[in-house]
Design a protein around this ligand. Structure first.
Ligand SMILES: *[C@@H]1O[C@H](CO)[C@@H](O)[C@H](O)[C@H]1NC(C)=O
Ligand SMILES: *[C@@H]1O[C@H](CO)[C@@H](O)[C@H](O)[C@H]1NC(C)=O
Ligand SMILES: *[C@@H]1O[C@H](CO)[C@@H](O)[C@H](O)[C@H]1NC(C)=O
Ligand SMILES: *[C@@H]1O[C@H](CO)[C@@H](O)[C@H](O)[C@H]1NC(C)=O
Ligand SMILES: *[C@@H]1O[C@H](CO)[C@@H](O)[C@H](O)[C@H]1NC(C)=O
Length: 946
């Protein structure tokens, strides 16, 4: 009685706490699924409460994930998973992860509350889905620098809140959509300030309807496409414009005169088109600093008066049929670049005396015959290929001047110092690991890259943005100013951390998001995007001691909770059993997505799948989809709606587990997230079916790969890596999973290999929690597979982690011998031991070594490997190493193998490492049949001793 009261108190307490800390179950499931299938996510993603324990990159409101920022973390995935199910998401930034090679699914439309979508610089491919037009709250859409194909969906015109639309640097084709009676178009985006469509394959004319006076556009960036037709005169109605880039297209015809109405435009690029007619008169554009109209077919024209009347600092009019003499008053102090090569300018060049010393003038390939200043000038001037330079003239203006290489401004002025490894000296003379990347500007209103004003402005603006967002940035240096082939100005940024000598992941992605979101005003510069270089120095999971301490406290609690839940559930089950058949014991919670589902235990990541869903995705459980079978039933391959390829393990009638066992299994599995452990994606418990949905591992079992047909050539190095991977997976289960898990059925059949031969431990059907019990073992009926089973466990029924270590030792011997543990009645552990005892080392090994491994002389670390395997296979658990120690030993062996040390002569085989199998009653005898996968039926009682 007392026990029961205590139990209920425990249950009540735990539910109160669960309610307080829980992340919405659906969101949790989505994140866990992502966690198990994406690579390089923050190691800090631990535990089962992303909102409560503040997983890096995630912010929540009312238990719902509202922010997901994973920029610049080197994340890799081929599909964005179930992100569209994070239905309360408002801010999604995955930018600067080149390893994201996903499509944007139509289901993205489910993110109804999304305001910001930043996917800059990933490898997204496929079309931009039409359904994107449903994201009515969207304000910022940055899909630039990916590989999107297809046309711009007209439905984007429905995103009436949008302010920033950037689709540039993709493979988009087709026209720029405008609205008609039946369809929306970009002209409907009256709040948009930015249309960035540059560097695609867009065709067709720019429709006049695109521009009208109700727009609030400041940046029209359409350069480097295949747009044709004339520049619509309606552009003159968009009075808010500040930068216009229509260059490098196939635009033709006359530039409309009312472009000159754009009085706030500072940068105008019309170069590299087929524009004709008179050189446009821009005299009204009295904010214009930068004009580029090079390479067009304008009518012959004298230098227009607006060259001198406007505040221009940059005039680029190469190959535009300019003629006559250059008026000397265009050489004003503000002028930074004058590029008028390949024209018909003639007469005398007079640069006066008020020009800036930084001025760059290119007048090559003209007809200039005289130079008023002779040699007495100090600007960068080139008038080569003019009559004045013919006939052996030696004027220094007749040669290309030394290029003006911009200095690295704001670089440090520290005493000479060298920093170790990846560290760099900051402007404040501290060696730290900077976050490095390149910032690109679509346009800029100046051209003197050596003018400190521009650097300083950029530096100060970014630094104050970092301060505003409280990012741990200590200082920044700006270097390598260049202008690339698209006329994008770029700088390399070194951003140095404060407090620590490296940035954590959240800081890196926040820096990226702050820059790419460009929520600051930046004089002289147009819109930008930021590409990083993958950050060298994220803190590893090892340095997060806090996490471990907190983790184990929380973990301990989870154990209690799990036990409580299991027992509650057991009581419930017993009650149900006496009443009726319990077809659907999970019926009360299987469909509940509310997140606070009263007395129901929580699954950490696994999602409930309907019978129908699994039936559909396996083509009605068709034979063709079967990828495996066993005593329990069959395994089917299928593809879920989300695009996940999965392996569905379907228990057959007669091998259905008890409800509690099934539940224990899914609870367990759903807590497990490690790259060397096969992850559970979902489960089905419906219509008398029990199915487990796992991530699909493409390359089959280790057993199949070591033997039989379809075997991959596993050389020594590959085998060592497989050993290491699986040891890591097991270590995770033993030492890091909360609660600890004993696998109980480690065998080569339960180690799966993926495309890259990464090994993953699978199948916890027999797993037991190693819960809160001081004895460190769980007493159960003996389960396992012949040939791998720990003899001590067999004798005593005491299951410990060391039982898995034994089985793992057998797997190591399998890697060595490529034979099943029991073959022709002979047991591999004893075989290896006998062989060595009989013929000594190394000769004895030859008899048992897999011939395809080649000579043992070339197998670096072989001795250590055999010693390790045999020490794992000791009779007594206490004599076996822990899995963590096994991992370290395999790492050492790999080091030896990498050095290609045949065999280390200083090592000899230590026969005392070989167990004396036989001290205990040995369960297999010498004449067991080849029953390599004989699993004993599972017994459901969880007998925990207190
Ligand atoms: C997350 O929420 C906290 C507290 O509301 C806020 O200070 C922080 O800026 C948010 N972070 C992000 C990335 O939105
Ligand atoms: C999500 O959007 C709905 C409808 O626009 C709105 O009522 C709700 O407040 C939003 N949720 C959040 C968390 O902003
Ligand atoms: C755009 O929005 C309107 C009104 O909300 C809707 O009727 C129409 O179907 C939407 N069009 C597209 C292409 O999404
Ligand atoms: C309206 O625009 C859509 C998309 O741009 C196009 O497919 C359709 O043909 C247009 N309809 C008319 C009547 O022009
Ligand atoms: C310069 O060119 C213009 C137009 O081609 C011509 O009228 C003028 O006479 C030329 N001047 C000189 C000095 O050659």
């Amino acid at each position: 009685m007392g026990f029961r009261v205590k139990l209920w108190v425990m249950i009540i307490c735990s539910h109160v706490l669960v309610t307080a800390a829980l992340t919405n179950r659906n969101d949790l499931a989505v994140l866990n699924a992502i966690k198990s299938s994406w690579k390089n996510l923050p190691p800090q993603w631990k535990g089962s409460d992303p909102c409560g324990s503040k997983w890096e990159g995630i912010n929540c409101t009312n238990s719902r994930v509202t922010t997901l920022i994973l920029g610049g973390m080197g994340v890799k995935t081929n599909d964005i998973g179930d992100i569209p199910s994070l239905s309360m998401l408002q801010y999604l930034d995955l930018s600067n992860n080149k390893g994201i090679r996903a499509i944007l699914p139509a289901s993205i439309q489910n993110l109804k509350n999304l305001t910001t979508l930043i996917l800059v610089g990933c490898s997204f491919r496929g079309p931009i889905p039409d359904s994107i037009g449903s994201l009515k709250q969207l304000v910022f859409l940055g899909l630039n620098n990916n590989s999107f194909t297809g046309s711009i969906p007209p439905s984007i015109g429905n995103l009436t809140n949008i302010s920033w639309l950037d689709l540039s640097d993709n493979q988009l084709s087709g026209p720029i959509p405008v609205s008609n009676e039946t369809s929306p178009g970009l002209d409907k985006l009256v709040k948009a300030k930015h249309f960035h469509l540059a560097n695609n394959k867009l065709t067709g004319p720019i429709q006049p309807q695109l521009f009208h006076s109700n727009l609030s556009l400041i940046h029209v960036i359409f350069n480097n496409n295949r747009l044709s037709g004339t520049i619509p005169s309606t552009i003159g109605n968009v009075k808010t414009l500040e930068a216009v880039r229509l260059d490098s297209n196939s635009l033709s015809g006359t530039v409309p005169q009312n472009i000159s109405n754009l009085k706030t435009v500072t940068e105008l690029y019309l170069s590299n088109n087929n524009l004709s007619g008179p050189v446009p008169d821009l005299v009204e554009m009295n904010s214009l600093f930068y004009v580029d109209m090079s390479n067009n077919s304008f009518d012959q024209s004298d230098i227009p008066t607006w060259f001198t009347l406007l505040p221009l600092n940059t005039i680029l009019m190469e190959k535009t049929h300019l003629q006559g003499e250059i008026p000397s008053d265009i050489f004003q102090p503000r002028l930074e670049t004058l590029e008028l090569s390949h024209n018909n300018l003639n007469g005398t060049l007079n640069i006066g005396s008020s020009y800036s010393n930084d001025l760059i003038v290119d007048l090559t390939n003209n007809s200039i015959t005289n130079f008023a200043q002779s040699s007495d000038y100090n600007l960068s001037l080139n008038i080569d290929n003019n009559p004045i330079c013919e006939g052996g003239s030696t004027g220094r203006y007749c040669a290309t001047p030394k290029p003006n290489i911009p200095n690295t401004r704001l670089s440090n002025s520290c005493p000479p110092m060298t920093c170790g490894s990846s560290k760099v000296l900051s402007p404040k003379c501290i060696c730290t690991n900077p976050y490095v990347g390149t910032i690109y500007f679509f346009s800029h209103s100046f051209s003197n890259l050596d003018n400190a004003t521009y650097y300083t402005t950029l530096h100060d603006t970014l630094m104050s943005a970092f301060r505003f967002f409280q990012l741990p940035v200590d200082s920044m240096s700006i270097s390598n100013a260049t202008v690339d082939e698209y006329n994008y100005l770029q700088y390399r940024l070194h951003i140095f951390p404060s407090n620590q000598d490296y940035f954590d992941r959240s800081s890196v992605s926040l820096i990226g998001t702050v820059i790419n979101r460009q929520n600051f005003s930046l004089p002289f510069y147009g819109p930008l995007f930021f590409f990083d270089e993958s950050y060298c120095c994220f803190p590893g999971s090892k340095s997060t001691n806090h996490g471990i301490i907190i983790g184990s406290v929380v973990g301990g609690f989870v154990v209690l909770l799990l036990i409580a839940s299991a027992i509650t559930y057991g009581i419930y089950q017993k009650r149900q059993a006496t009443k009726a058949k319990h077809n659907r014991p999970f019926a009360t919670w299987e469909l509940d997505n509310g997140g606070n589902a009263g007395g129901v235990p929580q699954l950490k990541g696994a999602r409930w799948c309907s019978y129908e869903e699994l039936k559909t995705c396996t083509n009605n459980f068709s034979e063709d989809n079967i990828i495996g079978s066993g005593g329990y039933g069959k395994v089917y391959k299928g593809t879920l709606d989300t695009g996940h390829v999965v392996a569905i393990k379907r228990a057959q009638q007669g091998s259905l587990q008890g409800a509690q066992e099934f539940k224990t299994e899914i609870e367990l599995l759903s807590r497990i997230h490690h790259k060397n452990v096969v992850g559970l994606v979902g489960f089905c418990y419906e219509q008398g079916e029990q199915m487990l949905v796992y991530e699909y591992i493409s390359n089959g079992t280790l057993k199949d790969n070591l033997s039989g047909e379809g075997r991959t050539r596993l050389d020594w190095m590959k085998r060592l890596n497989i050993a290491l991977d699986s040891a890591k997976g097991l270590t995770y289960l033993h030492e890091l999973a909360n609660p600890s898990i004993i696998h109980r059925d480690i065998k080569s059949n339960n180690i799966l290999l993926d495309d890259h031969l990464t090994a993953k431990v699978a199948d916890f059907g027999l797993s037991k929690l190693l819960g809160d019990n001081s004895k460190g073992y769980v007493s159960t009926q003996v389960k396992g597979t012949m040939g791998y089973m720990d003899p001590e466990y067999f004798m005593t029924h005491k299951l410990t982690e060391k039982s898995d270590v034994y089985s793992f030792g057998v797997v190591l011997l399998e890697l060595l011998t490529a034979r099943p543990p029991i073959k022709n009645g002979k047991y591999v552990v004893r075989e290896v031991q006998d062989a060595i005892e009989k013929s000594g080392y190394p000769n004895g090994l030859y008899a048992v070594l897999d011939p395809s491994l080649g000579s043992s002389q070339t197998l670096g670390g072989l001795t250590k490997f055999v010693n390790l395997a045999m020490s794992c296979a000791q009779d007594k658990g206490v004599d076996r190493p822990k899995m963590g120690e096994v991992v370290r030993e395999i790492e050492t062996i790999i080091d030896l193998a990498v050095l290609n040390r045949g065999d280390d002569p200083s090592l000899t085989f230590s026969s005392q490492n070989v167990g004396k199998h036989g001290d205990l009653y040995y369960p297999y005898g010498d004449s067991v049949s080849d029953a390599s996968s004989l699993s004993v039926p599972f017994e459901t009682e969880l007998q925990l001793r207190r």
